[in-house]
Design a protein around this ligand. Structure first.
Ligand code: FAD
Length: 384
């Protein structure tokens, strides 16, 4: 594929080398067993890649968001799955931006060294779905502690994380002026609590996602991040980074599918000529490439605004939506190009096809992005 000058080429090369040790056979074996890629995540942590965004004073490399985007894009482009650990990159923002000095010095050096894993993020609940402020999990103050009761769903990687960033209601909704008030964020060491049950959920792809239950789970009050009642704002403030990083992953996926489809189209001979000589095969791949390039520019634009500390809400959302659609278009073209072999496990196409589908739904679904643009950018009435 045409290789344009991309930011952080050295990082990209290093990630490419690391990922070469984790070929398709590694991911296929895990996929069959719904097992977590522990060795892959440990290799990333050992080489400091998951600490890219942690400031140097806490043992990280203090790199900008574009570096994290390059890391995740290259992981996907190599056929690996950053879904196993991407949350560490964006959950960190809540602690970095809103944590107290004591919390940062307690946790960040250990996260940077890989001693502690910060991979779990508990926001979504079965009853509230996308309507986050309707969540029902409560945190009640009791002396020097909070007591947590409730349930989360789709808390990914909870079984493979030491820490959980949790959003819970500290003031009943009817006692707050605004529905976004009264929610608080806690950073919980899951290894030290009682009253926490984690149940894996089997899904279409291997994602280590779970549902978690809190039954009078007592946590120290100093696990509160920032101010009580301001948690929804803290979560929102991290969402632009999350959207951009997921967008970068989707670009990586799209490139993997396009490279795989192009290679196969050149090699596979049917009716005495490569199938890639037929425009019916070429055009969907070329179209997917064009869509990927457009989305890639948008991801780059949103990243640049983010790094310049400018408002990038619209751009981050657009980037994520277009990149998720581009990766899906490329996945479609790749399956179709492979014919029957697109369904065979050993080609990895069907696995990546299942994996990339997620990003039109999570961490935010396309409809919610469109609603955001309609209301906040185009000034139309709020639809929900
Ligand atoms: C594999 C996986 C991993 C996940 N990991 C995490 C995680 O680690 N932590 C976490 O907190 N959450 C996680 N999630 C949850 C994810 O963020 C949500 O699934 C997603 O935000 C959609 O919410 P929902 O499933 O409740 O859908 P719902 O809110 O029930 O929506 C269902 C559908 O209706 C549409 N819809 C809803 N309201 C409107 C409206 N007003 N207008 C138009 N359309 C609407 C949505 O777009 C969607 O298509 C994960 C989900 C999955 C599947």
């Amino acid at each position: 594929m045409h290789n344009l000058a991309l930011p952080h080429q050295e990082i990209r090369d290093e990630i490419g080398k690391l990922c070469a040790d984790f070929p398709g056979a590694y991911w296929r074996a895990l996929d069959r067993e719904s097992a977590y890629p522990t060795e892959f995540v440990q290799a990333l942590a050992r080489n400091g890649w998951l600490a890219a965004l942690i400031p140097e004073e806490y043992g990280g490399s203090g790199l900008p968001l574009s570096a994290a985007a390059a890391i995740l894009e290259e992981i996907q482009r190599a056929g690996c799955n950053g879904g196993a650990c991407h949350a560490q990159m964006y959950i960190m923002g809540a602690l970095l931006r809103h944590g107290r000095a004591a919390q940062k010095s307690k946790y960040l050096p250990k996260i940077a060294s890989g001693e502690l894993r910060l991979q779990a993020f508990g926001v979504t609940e079965p009853g509230s779905g996308t309507d986050t402020t309707a969540l029902k999990t409560t945190a009640r103050r009791d002396g020097d502690d909070y007591i947590i009761n409730g349930q989360k769903i789709w808390t990914s990687r909870a079984e493979h994380s030491d820490l959980l960033l949790l959003l819970a209601r500290t003031t009943p909704r009817e006692e707050t002026k605004k529905r976004t008030d009264g929610l608080s964020v806690f950073l919980i060491d899951m290894q030290t609590v009682n009253g926490l049950t984690i149940r894996p959920i089997r899904t279409m792809m291997n994602h280590a996602t779970t549902e978690i239950f809190f039954d009078d789970m007592r946590i120290p009050a100093d696990t509160l991040i920032g101010e009580e009642g301001q948690g929804f704002r803290y979560i929102l403030s991290g969402m632009n980074a999350e959207r951009i990083l997921i967008g970068a992953e989707c670009i990586g996926d799209a490139k993997w599918f396009i490279e795989k489809a192009t290679g196969y189209a050149k090699d596979r001979v049917v009716f005495g000529r490569p199938i890639g000589q037929n425009q019916g095969i070429q055009f969907p791949i070329a179209k997917a490439y064009a869509r990927m390039r457009a989305a890639e520019l948008m991801v780059g634009h949103a990243t640049a605004l983010f790094e310049a500390e400018m408002n990038c809400g619209a751009e981050a959302n657009i980037a994520k939506m277009l990149a998720a659609e581009a990766s899906w278009d490329a996945a479609e073209a790749c399956v179709q190009t492979h014919g029957g072999f697109g369904f065979a496990e050993e080609y990895d196409v069907e696995r990546k096809f299942r994996e990339t589908r997620l990003y039109q739904v999570a961490p935010i679904s396309t409809n919610l992005i469109l609603s955001y643009l309609a209301e906040h950018v185009l000034g139309m009435p709020r639809s929900y």
